[in-house]
Structures are given as structure tokens and as C-alpha cells.
Design a protein around this ligand. Sequence first.
Ligand code: AMP
Ligand code: FE
Ligand code: FE
Ligand code: ZN
Length: 293
Amino acid sequence: MPGVIDWAISASCGRRSATLPAMTIDFHCHTTASDGELSPRDLLELAQRCGVTRLSITDHDSVAAYQGLNPLTGLELIGGVEFSTLWNKTGLHILGLNIDPFCPAMQEAVAFQRNARLGRAEKIAEKLEKYGVVAPLEGARSLASAGNVGRPHFARHMVATGFVKDEKEAFKKYLGSGKSCDIRQCWAEPEQIVAWIRAAGGVAVLAHPAKYNLTRSKLVSFLEAFKGWGGGGLEVVSGIQLPAVTRDLAQLCEQLDLSASWGSDFHRPGQSWAQLGRYSAPPPHLRPVWHNW
Ligand code: AMP
Ligand code: FE
Ligand code: FE
Ligand code: ZN
């Protein structure tokens, strides 16, 4: 069993989502309410075309996609969100699935995170300006929906103004995990996030556990604390990943008696490793997060 689950390997395993079977469930995807490229309505239409019958939109720190959104025939919409948080200096994402997006607890949660995101955007912009990026805050804001400016919007602005050649370079040099413009000390505590999700009737699920470069023992310590706060699930499959990573996460899921979730983490059409309804095969024997919905 490797000490560190190597996301870099799993991400570059060479498979393309087009070669994967089409799934009917997708519990992780993004819209223009955060850093996705499709409007909520366009996303639902795509889901329908892809044969997805159960979908959760999990925008970063936002439930705005659900405002006025009517499900399409044959497509069940499950309330969802993906919260950003910090644990022991590691930035983590916690999904809230089967939440009521409009209940007071969820409104309080997204208001807190939205404020955090706005303050964070100002700090990121100050840093980028020192590197010579022109008008980063204005640029990122113009690319984002109201109040939900994230690092991808800064990256897009840096590409648009010719500061870097592509978004990958922007993350690699400036915005990526641990780089100088990655501001993480702003989010609500993970314990608070779990409490908000539960108060909104949902289940808290650690998103894409293999992406944080945590050692296995650190991941286990987080998950033990997470369970203690009322966390209930682990995203055992996120997009395309190596079978060894899936096996490892499935084993963790059983060891800690967590429920299992899976999804594509779709952001935009054309991203070959994350298409809607396409992800590596989930293990058959785990208790799914939706077992008691
Ligand atoms: P934020 O919510 O502002 O922290 O931005 C997080 C989002 O940035 C993630 O959900 C990804 O969509 C994107 N992201 C994070 N790291 C990278 C990376 N190294 N390359 C490209 N996009 C990334
Ligand atoms: Fe994202
Ligand atoms: Fe995420
Ligand atoms: Zn996501």
C-alpha cells in the first residue's frame, strides 16, 4: 500500500473519458455559478443527452445554480455544493450532497464562504499585481459570476492578458497548491462545514481524496476527525483514476465505515479527463451515499 496516493500518476494515466462507460449517476460537477463553463440549464441538457438520470451540481461554495432551476424530464436533481476549507495547512474540498440549497443553514454557509472568497480574491490580486499582472481583480471578476471569483478566473485573466501561455502555467507558477498566490487561510473550519451540511439535511463527503498529496496516515487522521464531526462519505472515484487508487480509497472507505460517492468533477466540455457522466468504474461492494435517500 503506497504511503501517498499519487494523484499525479492517476491524472496522467493516459486514459480518456471517451473510452469510459457512460454512467447514469454524476454527483460532482460545476456550472457558471463557480468555475464551470456551462450555465445550469445547459448542464442539465448535457446530462440528459449523456444519459445521466441522477445529477448533483456541486459548485464551489455556491448553490446559486439551483435558483429557479427546473429539473428536466427523466433527470433527478440532488441538491449539492463543494465547500473549500483548510485542515492542518492543507486545502480540502468537502461535498455536501442531498442538501436543501435554500434552507437557512445553507444560506448562512454560502454567505460566509462568499465573503471569504471576496476577501481572498483581493489578497490574491495584490500578490499578482506585484508580479506585474495588470488589473487582476477587475479581470477575474469580469470572468466570474457575481461574488464567486476563484483561482481559475485569475488564471484565465492571466492567459487573456498574455502574462502566461496557459492556465496550467498560471497554476504551476503562481496559483497552485502551496504557490505564493494560493491564499488558503480564509475558509470556514471543516467542523463548521460538516455542521452546515448536516443542518441542511445532507451528507458531508470528502471530495477527490487522492488530490491533496496527503500521506495515508494524514488522510486517515483527517477522516477520523471528519467522522467525529459527523462527516459521512468519501468520494471513492473522481473522474479518471488508476484502479490502484480506487482500490485504496475503497479499502479506506470500508475501514472507516464511510459511504461512497463518485462523480466526474466536470467543468467544461472538451476536458478529456473529466466529461459529464464519465469516470472510472466504481467498486461494486461499497455502501453508496444514497443508500438511505
Ligand atoms: P478555488 O475554488 O478558487 O480554490 O479554485 C479551485 C479550482 O481551481 C479547482 O476546482 C480546479 O477547477 C482549479 N484548479 C486547482 N488546481 C488546478 C491546477 N493545478 N490546474 C488547473 N486548475 C486547477
Ligand atoms: Fe473547480
Ligand atoms: Fe474540488
Ligand atoms: Zn469540483
